[in-house]
Design a protein around this ligand. Structure first.
Ligand SMILES: Nc1nc2c(c(=O)[nH]1)N[C@H]1C(S)=C(S)[C@@H](COP(=O)(O)OP(=O)(O)OC[C@H]3O[C@@H](n4cnc5c(=O)[nH]c(N)nc54)[C@H](O)[C@@H]3O)O[C@H]1N2
Ligand SMILES: Nc1nc2c(c(=O)[nH]1)N[C@H]1C(S)=C(S)[C@@H](COP(=O)(O)OP(=O)(O)OC[C@H]3O[C@@H](n4cnc5c(=O)[nH]c(N)nc54)[C@H](O)[C@@H]3O)O[C@H]1N2
Ligand code: SF4
Ligand SMILES: [Mo]
Length: 717
């Protein structure tokens, strides 16, 4: 029996269309779908992980409960009830804040999770909500909230029509694009150059992407805000401010210019390590290339002035008239408009509504920065966290100071993991509730369609049947939600039961259908039924100008100078580096991160098609630096920070800026009673064991993961 299914890969943000062929029960071939309206055959080796994940013998297939330190199977119903009883008891005894939640990255790739998670979190009603957002894209969302009135309204690079792409701290040749869903992005970057355009990249490492672009420049980690400020200054000084049709939609332009008058380009050059001529050339490029765009991702989001960086990037696009313009950056018009739906539900965003208890970090979007999670568990007092529920997240490996978090977890009265792996975080839980995997349920890209370089819509059916007695993530959350609520009356309980039953009867797909029927393409008669008949998807056209209608600010104008960003600017301008760039002692380096091609954060290292025999977790160091520190290629080195020390092999290279070292995150599969047979054979070490959790962008609360200082020394064997 052979069967072929077309399906969008949900393992990263690129959304490649795949053709999956089943031959019998187990044999499965996965290829790119050439007819896909978006990806036209593009795909990457990681796609094979879909099959491996489904077949992985280590993957949990039923719920587990820890009894006397050992996991034992437990029936679903019993697990749900025991967990809910404990949550209710803890909230009754210690208040709502006693229960914390951490939602990891895969939630954004799963439409059931995206729909159910808000309901689940509302049921828990705890201020202690955390997610991977604050180790990632929080600055992007915060700046969108402050300037455009909605945290989900992110400007998207129109890579297919631009003539000039200025890129900071992104490595799409490995990541396949982020906050820029664009299957086959590497080819699209090449295409810009084939049409006579230019791609310029700033990155402290000569990355896989660097070899695809027209020009690459090293920049000292954590200093992009200085460079971007210098560029804005040049735009003003050279009278290049030409917002075009946006002029009438801008607020705060007059206030803006004086901020940049006394920026000194020689200082900028000294701090960033970028030659003054290069900065001036980029300004000239922005003048002579039209349309042009500026894009900055992880490297400039997770650094000291992440929010300032994203603000300045928006300013560069707006001031040059490349905002809301074909070939510049634009807002999308997704078939299921999550941005508008969130608005209708009253959640455009929020900022500083409260502060975290221990470190007074700001709330954003109802969440607290995850860098403070461990201290919120460890610090006694009212509001202390007593229980943690992780939903598709592995914070022991993915959040700063993982060792501290690991210790904190031991102190909890309840830990629950909704995860199909027994890994570094979930192995410490009292209960693990494993959901079905991707291929066992249908798929729709609620978030990434709204972040794509073209408006498209596709539906993906399930490929293999879900086993009997299995639950999808959303069903697990729904079951728990229905039982949580220590103050619930009998009437509340029965109402919840009713909601649960009707959601189960409806299913998540019906909600997607409703979203499509109410969405911006309703007049074309778009329904899920219609979409299902188009297995290659429907192309809804290129991104188009949509302002001022698409803005969510009250006055329908873009706020160029929101008050909170002016405060962030003041903090930035008082950085002592403006006067005197900080020196480094010998043996001291600035640490940056790195992603691995056949991996995703911490969780694909147990999949045979992706696991590599060669160790991926090594330090990259510049050859000159190595010579002065007497470090040999391939030797073991020790890397220390104020919070920890790790040891790993070193690879010497000329492709990294002197004074900078790079380590990938998501490794360290040699701790805890995990069940990751393959991953534990090539465990690596965890970068986040040495990431200092106290280093956060104090303005936004986002973690600083790039540019922390570390000491590197040779380890005698
Ligand atoms: N130092 C440093 N740290 C970083 C980064 C960095 O660059 N440097 N990057 C940061 C970024 S950008 C991110 S997004 C975070 C990611 O941080 P996390 O989201 O915490 O980590 P992941 O490794 O993505 O973990 C995903 C977990 O979800 C499980 N999982 C996968 N799919 C599903 C599913 O469908 N349902 C359920 N229930 N579980 C599932 C996996 O088994 C795994 O345990 O890491 C951050 N951490
Ligand atoms: N294969 C693979 N794909 C992935 C992931 C993965 O783990 N593996 N993770 C996914 C996730 S969750 C995300 S968020 C995206 C991230 O997508 P990207 O942002 O494209 O990926 P990163 O590799 O984090 O790129 C950050 C780049 O910033 C550089 N950098 C570090 N510090 C600085 C700095 O101070 N200034 C500048 N200018 N650059 C700096 C780094 O050298 C790195 O090349 O990738 C996604 N896709
Ligand atoms: S690039 Fe991303 S979406 Fe495309 S096949 Fe690879 S993992 Fe899947
Ligand atoms: Mo991420």
């Amino acid at each position: 029996m052979s069967q072929s299914v077309k399906r969008v890969c949900n393992l990263c943000e690129a959304m490649c269309g795949l053709t999956i062929e089943m031959n019998g029960d187990q044999a499965m071939t996965i290829r790119g779908n050439k007819d896909d309206v978006f990806s036209q055959g593009a795909f990457c080796p990681k796609s094979q992980g879909l099959r491996d994940l489904w077949q992985d013998p280590d993957r949990l297939r039923g719920p587990l409960k820890k009894v006397n330190g050992q996991f034992q199977p437990i029936a679903w119903e019993k697990a749900f009830q025991e967990i809910a009883d404990k949550i209710n008891q803890l909230q009754k005894d210690h208040g709502r804040a006693a229960i914390a939640t951490y939602a990891g990255n895969p939630n954004t790739h799963n439409f059931g999770n995206l729909i159910l998670l808000p309901l689940f979190l509302r049921g828990i009603r705890s201020p202690n909500k955390f997610s991977a957002t604050s180790v990632d894209q929080l600055p992007h969302m915060l700046v969108s909230y402050l300037m455009f009135g909605h945290q989900l309204l992110l400007p998207i690079a129109d890579v297919d029509h631009t003539r000039y792409m200025l890129m900071f701290g992104a490595n799409p040749a490995v990541s396949n694009g982020s906050l820029l869903s664009s299957a086959g992005l590497a080819t699209r970057l090449k295409a810009i150059q084939h049409r006579g355009g230019k791609v310029v990249l700033f990155d402290p490492r000569y990355t896989e992407t660097a070899s695809l672009v027209t020009e690459h420049y090293f920049i000292k980690p954590g200093t992009d805000a200085f460079l971007l400020a210098g560029l804005v200054k040049l735009i003003f000084d050279r009278k290049l401010v030409k917002p075009g049709r946006l002029s009438s939609m801008l607020k705060g332009l007059v206030q803006l210019e004086p901020l940049f008058t006394d920026i000194d380009l020689d200082q900028v050059s000294a701090v960033t390590g970028v030659k003054r001529e290069v900065i001036e050339q980029v300004a000239t490029d922005l003048e002579t290339h039209e349309p042009a765009l500026c894009y900055g991702r992880m490297g400039v989001s997770t650094q000291a002035y992440g929010a300032v960086c994203q603000w300045l990037i928006n300013l560069i696009n707006i001031l040059r008239g490349n905002f809301d313009r074909t070939g510049g950056v634009l807002f999308t018009k997704p078939a299921f408009d999550v941005v508008d739906l969130a608005n209708r539900m009253g959640s455009r965003g929020s900022f500083r509504r409260r502060k975290s208890r221990v470190h007074q970090l700001p709330e954003f979007g109802g969440e607290m920065p995850v860098s403070t999670l461990a201290d919120e568990i460890l610090t006694p007092g009212e509001g202390q966290i007593k229980a943690l529920i992780t939903i598709a997240g592995n914070p022991v490996l993915t959040t700063p100071n993982g060792r501290k978090l690991e210790k904190a977890l031991e102190q909890l009265e309840l830990q629950v993991a909704i995860d199909f792996y027994q890994n570094e975080t979930s192995s410490r839980a009292d209960y693990i509730l494993p959901p079905t995997t991707s291929l066992e349920h249908s798929h729709y890209d609620l978030i990434f369609n709204a972040l794509a370089s073209r408006n498209i819509v596709r539906y993906s059916p399930s490929v293999v049947p879900a086993p009997k007695d299995s639950y999808e993530d959303w069903e697990i959350m729904l079951e728990l939600w229905a039982r949580i609520g220590y103050k619930d009356s009998l009437i509340d309980r029965s109402k919840k039961l009713l909601v649960k039953k009707s959601m189960q009867a409806l299913g998540m797909e019906r909600l997607v259908d409703l979203g499509l029927r109410l969405g911006p393409y309703r007049k074309t008669g778009l329904t899920l039924h219609k979409l299902k008949k188009m297995p290659d998807g429907i192309d809804l056209g290129p991104l188009k100008p949509s302002l001022p209608e698409r803005l969510y600010t009250k006055d329908k104008r873009i706020d160029l100078c929101p008050q909170p960003l002016l405060e962030a600017w003041q903090i930035f301008r008082s950085d002592p580096a403006w006067k005197q760039p900080q020196g480094m002692d010998s043996g001291e380096f600035l640490l940056i991160g790195r992603r691995n091609l056949k991996s995703n954060n911490s969780w694909m290292h147990n999949l045979p098609s992706l696991a590599r025999s060669k160790n991926q977790c090594y330090l990259i160091m510049n050859k000159q630096d190595a010579a002065s520190c007497r470090i040999e290629d391939g030797s073991q080195v020790q890397v220390s920070s104020p919070v920890g020390t790790i040891a790993l092999p070193v690879m010497l290279s000329e492709r990294i800026m002197p004074g900078v070292v790079s380590i990938p995150h998501g490794w360290g599969h040699n701790r805890g009673p995990s069940r990751l047979t393959l991953a534990s054979q090539s465990p690596g070490v965890s970068l986040n064991d040495i990431m200092d959790d106290r280093q956060v962008d104090r303005f936004s609360g986002n973690a600083i993961l790039n540019g922390q200082r570390v000491r590197v020394s040779a380890l005698s064997q």
